[in-house]
Design a protein around this ligand. Sequence first.
Ligand SMILES: O=C(O)CCC(=O)c1ccccc1C(=O)O
Ligand SMILES: [Mg+2]
Length: 369
Amino acid sequence: MPLKQMKLHRLKMRLNNPFTTSFGSVQEKEFFISEVIDGDGNRGFGESVAFASPWYTEETVETSLHVIENFLIKILQENDIQYPDDVTQLFSSVKRNNMAKATLEGAIWDLYAKRENIPLSKAIGGMKQEIDVGISIGIQPTIKDLLKTIEHYVQEGYKRMKIKIKPGHDVNVLREVRKHFPNTPIMADANSAYTLEDAEHLKQLDNLGLMMIEQPLKDDEILDHAKLQEELNTPICLDESIHSLTDAKMAIQLGACKIINIKIGRVGGITEAKRIHDYCRKHDIPVWCGGMLEAGVGRAHNIALTTLSQFVMPGDTAGSSHYWEQDIIQPEVSVKNGVIKVPDQPGIGYEVDEEALKKFTVDLKTYDL
Ligand SMILES: O=C(O)CCC(=O)c1ccccc1C(=O)O
Ligand SMILES: [Mg+2]
């Protein structure tokens, strides 16, 4: 692929509502839109997902920029890319920093699909024309607020409700939720807030009919997750623990989880996400696509990934308007009855709205490739 230039648009956008997890709240979001341009004037887009502080993984907006500018761009300048999969191999000389890598790799995948004149979903081997999505609900000020919020999203048709939990705000809350919504598919996400010593307490979740509990323990506690899964009937789903196919293999073979949440940024790009997907498919492990409060470009990548066959559970890719007053793509991502229609235009299948992009841009850097 004749890559000519990479642009890094730094955007600042404000979420409609603060999003609260066991680790704190996010409302202002700074991130990068990567734009790779070829010799024929095609443009591919990617989006970075690291937050301002390293609460989710060790990466931040600033570490992403540091790694992209000083290492990853050089690799693209010094090597020819035949196929997007090459990028993962080339970037492997840089350890971890997966979100930085995925920022550039995603743009190259979009460019590749546009050059081939096919949707990104087809370029990666996806077959679905529609995908099912659920919604992730942050910690609310009161149980009453939470119940009202859930009611709203049940009415909108989202396919499952993900409720954030933390110590002191878990079994009690979920019991109440289950009482009001006896038949709604519900899951919980702890974002690493517990230790194995909480096993007895977490066992109380077993009679609430949850689809799964996501990431109860620390990201590197794969062994402890295996011990916890032995105690729990509720399936464990891993999020923060899975940075690579190697992590996924270890987690599955040790019995640390029964379900995996795949996030493109966390695993270093679409190619690695596909490899994890393929392994899970072979081993009958259901997967679903997680979210990082993305703007439209990242959302479009998640939609394409979710068209792969082993994404058998609703993901976190809610509609644009749930997050943003104005998104940066046209049309915005819309969800009807918990379903997104997969776009059939080339590449990510949504147009980047140049005016919106400009409006939210606080810095722009250009690198010749
Ligand atoms: O709606 C979304 O994009 C996902 C929301 C979410 O749960 C989340 C948001 C930011 C960081 C981590 C997580 C998570 O899945 O743990
Ligand atoms: Mg999670």
